[in-house]
Design a protein around this ligand. Sequence first.
Ligand SMILES: Cc1ncc(COP(=O)(O)O)c(C=O)c1O
Length: 406
Amino acid sequence: MSDLFTSNEQLIRLIEQYGSPLYVYDENMLRSRCKEMRNLLPNKNFRVNYSAKANCNLELLKIALSEDVDVDAMSSGEIFIEESAGFSSNRIFYVGNNVSADEMMYAVKRGIIVSVDSLSQLELFGETNRGGQVAVRFNTGVGAGHHEKVVTGGKKTKFGVQREYINIVKEIIKKYDLKLIGINQHIGSLILEEGLYIDGVKNFLEIASEFTGLKFIDMGGGFGVPYKEGENRLDLSKLSEKLDRVLTEFLHNYDNKELIFKVEPGRYLVAESGILLGTVYSVKDNYGVKYVGTDLGFNVLVRPTMYDSHHEVKVIKRDGIYGEKEEVTIVGNICESGDIIAKHRLLPKINEGDIIAVMNAGAYGFSMSSNYNCRLKPAEVLLCSNGEYRLIRRRDTFNDLMRNFE
Ligand SMILES: Cc1ncc(COP(=O)(O)O)c(C=O)c1O
């Protein structure tokens, strides 16, 4: 384990130097998670697309690039930042969802492969790109995930084209002389049992077998990390073994033996690489609950408020004295009662001025942060492989709040 997660003195120094709240990432951890994913399958035609929505800090993207990882983009903005990080168009996969012709064309003009996720978007693609290459996102009717808001496959979500429409997909492809070069899916997020992912893949391969000549099959992301202490890790070696077996069998019967298999992990690569530091400004009892008031509002980390997500928190005492534990609820500084970062936790007695470290905050942390309540987005710092710390995004200033007003 690196200093980032073990040295309280270092974390105090970082807050003093860069201010609070603060995201801190560990380059070594990010690199090792990238390597694990790159080694998931022995198949030479296997690619990992980092789903940059999880964290699109420019420097983290550059690290992913140097680890031979490709990227997904969910918007033109993500394409823009991925290109700025150095990804060439053939390494970006644009997974659009209900987008305008202009947004599609932003990707097409750059030579980036576009995935459409409805029949109407496929029509739009055909009208604007007759004869072009396209991918289609399917929804097999089965999903998975830690919260209903992140289950993206299945019968109750807006995503993908349902399998019953395969023939209509074929008709539209023919009508516009398109070439279907790939299909993709993403069943949901934070999967901790390999069996769920494999079942999703098996369903998806049934759809794949309906199309000849595909160049790639993208099975989606969703690989989970344990957020709660004691929770089991996703067993990557079992996943690897089972996935390899299923894909080898599929390939055996498929016409294109050079078919590329892709996965789209977001969380798995970055979640554990990041922690969020904040400062305690008030401690109070309100009708029997002890509230620890911090600058960790949901503008900084929305997951607990949005998904009831659990993050382990660590207390860093300024005086170095870790006394008796007591039950507290840690809240932020946003004017909403849902602004709770951690409920009913047993922690060493906390005082004003102490620091709270929120663990596993690297995914869907900064990328979902906002300026709600006109609060400033925090700075991001990287613990580099050489042991040095480097600012990789400065904290917002009041000027950032004003910059779009005439
Ligand atoms: C299409 C798509 N791919 C990949 C991901 C990444 O998911 P995760 O971070 O759970 O790996 C998402 C996230 O929801 C997604 O919508």
